[in-house]
Structures are given as structure tokens and as C-alpha cells.
Design a protein around this ligand. Structure first.
Ligand SMILES: [Zn+2]
Length: 385
């Protein structure tokens, strides 16, 4: 059985231990360890054992396995955990206890699961929705509790003594109970800071709905400060682009988007009018063939068929008219005809575009389709002509 030094001292970073066993895959077992194994949602510690990097730490129940980057030969080893990584985990983990306690205190909402990620962490709470006001209130309260610098302590209690916990523990026997003075008591095997002040700032971010629960993303300590800096940088770039004060940007972005949508609508309208005028002119300028049909082909190098549609419609308002439009990239084709031309655009286009491996169709007067390649488009075009 491995003695878990982190149970009683989360701040222990250097220790000496005996290697009691070695296993396949560079696994070693120590008589005692301060390396935290992945469990309870908290990721494992990294660091060095006898100068060799620790790449994973696994909780095997009674024992803890240390997976090493290369073999460790010594019997007695000097060990050092990566304190930056560990302390970050302690900030997130204690912050989670605090946040869960505050959500229970303010809104009677229970935490159902927890996840600690490399960039941010989440708690899932048993409510289908949380309002922006509730999130703000929880963030304010959590930070107030941080400023109060409440002591965080660890006690061992027997399950049968029924220690009053925020969330009932399913474990039997001895429980490790982590308390935040006057606020919370939770059964937990993780590593925590010794007072809430060390959690640092608590930042609540996005909400997601997850199977009837709500997932709250949160960051504590240095992560919160780094995130706030990144948010500020991003907002500053937007403000700079808009030549506006930072706090005015949300309203400005919305009004700019509305202006853009209105301009786009206007542009389409003008494009249609232009297309219609071009279609009428083109009809006048096109000579009829031996069968009396006026046939026009309009080719665009790229884009969509949209600009050609109004032109095709206007062209085919005249009698005995057939209009073919193409876009080279992505390969697409449009066919329109006047009723007296005797050509069913939908049928003709569907037949030729299917023949070259493309898809398409439409009404007897107007049809369009897409071809798998430029060569296929050309083949379809030749078949129509
Ligand atoms: Zn914990």
C-alpha cells in the first residue's frame, strides 16, 4: 500500500522514497508518494523521480503507479513534483468546491459532476437553465468568499459518524473530508489550497445544456487572470477596428452587422435589376438561328449562379429564347427557356447533368445543376448546345 503524502500535505513538493517494485512499461511503485494520481476529475502530477520525468501517475486502489519516461535503477530516490502544475490544479479544485458550495447556498443547486481540463474546468449542476443574473451573483459571491480568506482544512472521519457533507458520499469506512470554514464540507481525495485567498480570482464563463443539467465553465487563479488578459486583448482589437471605446463595441458590432445585412440586400436587388436589364439587352442583340430560336451563353469564372438568374429570366421573357449560364468554379450550370421554344429546361438539364455525374433539375422554364469537374461541366454544356 502506497502512503499518500498529499493526503496530509498538499504543499509537499520534494521527498525521498524507496522503490518497492518495478513493473512493465517503466512503472515503479514507491513506499510513499506526493505525486497525485488522476482521480476525482483532477489530473495527475508531473515532475521527476531520480531525475527521470514522470509521464503518468495511476491510482490502482491500494497502490500508486508512477509511469516513467525511462527506467529508474536506484533503490532510494529523490522526488520532486512540478509545483506550478500542481498549484494550478489546487486552485481549480478548491475553486470548484467553493463554486459548488456557493451555487448550493444561493440557489439550492447541486453539483452532479466535475471536470478539470487543461485550459478550463466545468461543473455540471442539476438545473435545466441558469440566468445571466444568477451567474453574475454566483461569481460575485465566490470572489467575496475568496477575499474572506476562509481556512480550508482536511479531516478524516468515519462514514458511520455521518459527517454533514454537501453531497452524500457513497464510500464506506474512512472518509477524507475537505472543509471550507463555515461554508462547505465535501468528501474528497484531491489536493487543495490552505485558505480560499489562494484560489485567486474566480471567473465564470460559458454555459452549456447537457442532458437536463447545466455545464458551467470556470477558471480560477492564474488561469482566470490569463483569460481576462486574453479577453481584453481580443476586445481591444475589435474596439481598435471600430475606432470605438471598448464598452461601446457590443452595440456597434450589432449595428454594423445590421448595416451590412441591409447593404447586402440592396446589393442583391441592384444585381437583379442589372441582370434583368442585361438579359433584355442580350435578347435584342442575339440573332435567331435557323429554327428561329435566340440562344445566349453567359459564362462566369467563379461564384454562384445567382447573378445569372435574373438575366436568364429577362432573356426568356422574349419569344423563342434559350439561355445557358455557367460558373467555372465551383462548376455549375443554369438553363432557362421560353415556353414557345419547345425546350423543357428541367428535363434537358437533369438528363445532361446526370450523364456527366452531376446533380440538378428544376422547372420546365428554369433549371440548374452542379458538375463534379470543369471537364464534366464542359461536356454538359456541349450536350445542351
Ligand atoms: Zn476536492
Amino acid at each position: 500500500m502506497t502512503e499518500r503524502l498529499y493526503y496530509t500535505d498538499s504543499y509537499l513538493t520534494e521527498f525521498r522514497a524507496l522503490v518497492v517494485e518495478r513493473a512493465e512499461g517503466n512503472r515503479i511503485y514507491l513506499d510513499r508518494t506526493a505525486f497525485y494520481p488522476t482521480s476525482g476529475g483532477q489530473p495527475f502530477d508531473t515532475g521527476f523521480i531520480a531525475g527521470v520525468p514522470v509521464v503518468d501517475v495511476i491510482d490502482e486502489g491500494a497502490r500508486i503507479a508512477h509511469v516513467m519516461a525511462s527506467p529508474v535503477d536506484s533503490e532510494e530516490v529523490d522526488c520532486r513534483i512540478d509545483w506550478r502544475r500542481r498549484f494550478d490544479h489546487m486552485q481549480q479544485h478548491t475553486g470548484q468546491h467553493l463554486l459548488s458550495a456557493v451555487l448550493a447556498e444561493l440557489f439550492g443547486i447541486a453539483t452532479v459532476s466535475v471536470h478539470f481540463g487543461a485550459a478550463s474546468s466545468t461543473v455540471d449542476v442539476n438545473t435545466p437553465a441558469l440566468s445571466a443574473d444568477q451567474i453574475r451573483a454566483a461569481e460575485v459571491r465566490a470572489n467575496e468568499r475568496v477575499f474572506e480568506n476562509l481556512p480550508v482544512n482536511v479531516i478524516f472521519a468515519d462514514h458511520s459518524d455521518e459527517p454533514e457533507l454537501r453531497k452524500a458520499s457513497t464510500r464506506a469506512g474512512k472518509l477524507r473530508v475537505v472543509g471550507i470554514q463555515g461554508l462547505d464540507r465535501s468528501a474528497c481525495g484531491g489536493t487543495h489550497v490552505r485558505a480560499t485567498g489562494e484560489i485567486g480570482p474566480v471567473l465564470l464563463r460559458k454555459l452549456d445544456k447537457v442532458r437536463g443539467a447545466t455545464r458551467i465553465e470556470f477558471l480560477c487563479g492564474s488561469r482566470a487572470a490569463r483569460r481576462a488578459r486574453a479577453d481584453f486583448d481580443a476586445l481591444s482589437r475589435i474596439a481598435q477596428a471600430l475606432s470605438a471605446p471598448l464598452d461601446d463595441t457590443p452595440g456597434l458590432v450589432i449595428s454594423q452587422m445590421e448595416a451590412l445585412q441591409a447593404a447586402e440586400k440592396e446589393r442583391r436587388h441592384v444585381e437583379e435589376e442589372l441582370g434583368a436589364a442585361q438579359g433584355r439587352d442580350l435578347y435584342q442583340a442575339t440573332a435567331a438561328d435557323s429554327r428561329g430560336i435566340r440562344r445566349a451563353i453567359k459564362r462566369l469564372p467563379s461564384g454562384s449562379l445567382d447573378p445569372l438568374r435574373a438575366m436568364a429570366q429577362a432573356f426568356c421573357l422574349g419569344p423563342m429564347a434559350v439561355f445557358i449560364g455557367t460558373v467555372e468554379q465551383p462548376p455549375a450550370i443554369l438553363l432557362a427557356s421560353s415556353a414557345d421554344s419547345g425546350i423543357d429546361a428541367g428535363k434537358v438539364l437533369k438528363a445532361v447533368i446526370t450523364e456527366v455525374g452531376g446533380r440538378g433539375g428544376g422547372t420546365p422554364r428554369m433549371a440548374q445543376g452542379s458538375a463534379p469537374s470543369g471537364a464534366a461541366l464542359e461536356k454538359a454544356l456541349q450536350a445542351i448546345i
